[in-house]
Design a protein around this ligand. Structure first.
Ligand code: BES
Ligand code: MN
Ligand code: ZN
Length: 497
């Protein structure tokens, strides 16, 4: 899909379709009013007749409207004008795309981004529309022998801006939205791949490929002997129950000054989580192929950052392995020594994410990062706490946490802060080692974060638990591409500072 920016009157557009908004109680938007004037009241007559109330999500497609140069006019209902917010805007863009997909137009000029969305400027509206369109068009059908997708003729969406002066800002918004959209698509693809294909080795190969394709990016893969050398006893203990060799994927993007401290992103890369000897129940276990979505979001963010050639330094660290039960697997009660030197009693082998992340977090210290953010499908408890709408956010540095919260609010890819208080650390006491890998049943998302906090004392660190947000279950099962928008926005703002 191609996106461009243009400024001009809606009645003068020679295009497959002009798209304008109509609010509830039949109120025409500015662009719709212009079309109405040019067509001698054609639109207002239709609307008076009751063809479109303007309710959110309603659409009306018209052909051969008199006095108008485009082949078609699409009216999109936007709900009550006073209530028109981010969600209403996204709904309107989705309604537009659904209709454009069916109507046969090969290009369209969109005026929805001219509508006033409370507190959001033109650049936000264009960037958000681009991201919404990527998400709306995403398909994962590479394993269907006959593609089911219907014929789609739409190839180009043109966003109208009020005057030439806004063109540059509009074009930058398209660039950012497309980079984030492509990053999300990559994260979604990796997430949706089945566990028999998306193995740790596969992820490592894709990381190498990414470095060949994108500017300023290098990738290094550490294999089992090197991980042993580093003393990553905790990470290796998880991987030992699997036939697939573990990989530590290290990506470095150098777009900033030589001496600028990088941001480090650490992504959980469990390519399948059976639970290990603490085996998971069978129901919906297939969804544990998504247990590498933290890793996928790191890949996706690198894709976006490198495509935009942001002047920052970024390190990506992905511990990748499977969590399987076999004769060599961790057993409840086993004690392992992490790279940090702390010993861990593994009371539940299904709490494996923290066991691989702790060593990756310790490893991140060698890059002297300004901030470290880990992203992990870490706990079912986080799904219970926050559901599918917000990531769980924890951190040991207030300004970092606030920046992430704010980046989430801007992009709609929202996080919600949870406590990391010392009181919760009590639950991780072990009778036999420095720390246990699980607490009791209460506050499971918090104690998981508390475990990681033991390994990040030297770092300015935040943790995103994406267990509820990384994929959708049910009929429309599929990876969401989150939190690529939040992370990219966070990094974009470091450039602005
Ligand atoms: N990958 C899971 C967390 C998970 C579960 C994410 C369901 C999304 C949906 C993680 O490795 C895990 O199994 N966590 C355990 C921890 C428990 C044993 C303390 C959990 O949440 O049940
Ligand atoms: Mn698990
Ligand atoms: Zn897991």
């Amino acid at each position: 899909m191609e996106f461009t920016i243009k400024s001009g009157n809606p009645e003068k557009q020679r295009t497959g379709c002009v798209v304008v908004g109509v609010f509830e109680q039949r109120r025409l938007s500015a662009a719709a009013t212009q079309l109405d004037k040019a067509s001698d009241g054609f639109l207002s007559a239709l609307i008076r007749r009751g063809d479109l109330e303007g309710q959110a999500g309603q659409t009306l497609l018209l052909s051969n409207v008199p006095g108008i140069l485009s082949d078609r006019v699409l009216l999109v209902g936007c709900g009550r004008e006073r209530d028109f917010n981010e969600r209403g805007y996204q709904r309107a863009v989705n309604a537009m795309m659904a209709k454009l997909g069916e109507c046969g137009a090969t290009d369209a000029v969109c005026y929805l981004n001219d509508l006033n969305v409370k507190g959001r400027d033109l650049a936000w509206r264009i960037r958000d529309a681009v991201q919404t369109i990527f998400t709306q068009r995403y398909r994962f059908d590479q394993f269907k022998s006959k593609p089911e997708a219907p014929r789609r003729s739409l190839r180009k969406v043109i966003f109208n801006v009020p005057s030439r002066r806004e063109r540059a800002a509009g074009e930058q918004a398209v660039r950012e939205g497309s980079a984030i959209g492509r990053g999300m698509d990559l994260a979604r693809d990796l997430g949706n791949l089945p566990g028999n294909i998306c193995t740790p080795t596969y992820l490592a190969d894709r990381a190498v490929e990414l470095a060949e394709k994108l500017p300023n990016l290098t990738t290094e893969i550490l294999d089992q002997p090197q991980l042993e050398e580093l003393g990553m006893g905790s990470f290796l203990s998880v991987s030992r129950g699997s036939r697939q060799p573990p990989k530590l994927i290290v990506m470095q993007y150098r777009g900033g000054a030589e001496d600028e401290r990088p941001v480090a992103l650490v992504g959980k890369g469990i390519t399948f989580d059976t639970g290990g000897i603490s085996l998971k129940p069978a129901a919906a276990m297939d969804e544990m192929k998504y247990d590498m979505c933290g890793a996928a979001s790191v890949f996706g963010t690198f894709q976006a950052v490198a495509e935009l050639e942001l002047p920052i330094n970024l390190v990506g660290i992905v511990p990748a392995c499977e969590n399987m039960p076999d004769g060599a697997a961790n057993k409840p009660g086993d004690i392992v020594t992490s790279m940090s030197g702390q010993t861990i009693e593994i009371l539940n082998t299904d709490a494996e994410g923290r066991l691989i992340l702790c060593d990756a977090l310790t490893y991140s210290e060698r890059f002297d990062p300004a901030n470290v953010i880990d992203i992990a499908t870490l706990t079912g408890a986080c799904v219970v706490a926050l559901g599918a709408h917000a990531h769980g956010l924890f951190g040991n540095h207030g300004p970092l946490v606030n920046e992430l919260l704010s980046a989430g609010r801007t992009t709609g890819d929202r996080a919600w802060e949870m406590p990391l208080w010392d009181e919760y650390q009590e639950q991780l006491k072990s009778n036999f080692a420095d720390i246990a890998n699980v607490g009791d049943r209460s506050a499971g998302a918090v104690t998981a974060a508390c475990f990681l906090a033991r390994f990040t004392k030297k770092l300015r660190w935040a943790h995103l638990d994406i267990a509820g947000t990384a994929w959708n279950s049910g009929k429309n099962k599929g990876a969401s591409g989150r939190p690529v928008p939040l992370l990219t926005e966070f990094l974009l703002r470091r450039v602005a500072d």
